[in-house]
Design a protein. Sequence first.
Lengths: 95, 95
Amino acid sequence: MYAVIFKAEIAKLDDEYSATAARMQELALNQYGCFEFSACCEGNQEIAISYWPSQDHIKRWRQDPEHLLAQKSGQGKWYHSYTVQVVEVLREYSH
Amino acid sequence: MYAVIFKAEIAKLDDEYSATAARMQELALNQYGCFEFSACCEGNQEIAISYWPSQDHIKRWRQDPEHLLAQKSGQGKWYHSYTVQVVEVLREYSH
């Protein structure tokens, strides 16, 4: 199992952001094989983690045309900076 | 590089939680080789990600006596449930 960790310093979020974020989550989950999405905002910080069956799924998602537009808006308007990390889940436990 | 993703559903956080969270972060960073810590709370959800040079560092941290006590308090008082995932960072990019 693979995951993408997205960590951002928020510049300014607007209504378009909320609609885009919801649309991206829907697209990833329904058309690109993402099977879990967790996100959290506090102050000017955002952390979002999405989970994927393979690195190929992640590559395809990264190239989705709507997602590419969202990335441009993220870079130009919503975020001062962000980091994306592709990770492999080695083990997990719950309580 | 390795990371630990901690995702929790918060039950009730108190002053002891804040002190413990700060102490755990300090211990991890100063005595166990953790080199980055990002955390975010929104509503009853918490996401925290810590970064480590090796899986051995993570194992040692998991067994720290103060950390074991904090884990017990987390299970008994502060969290309804939580998930811990140990991951390997395969690649990253920033904007």
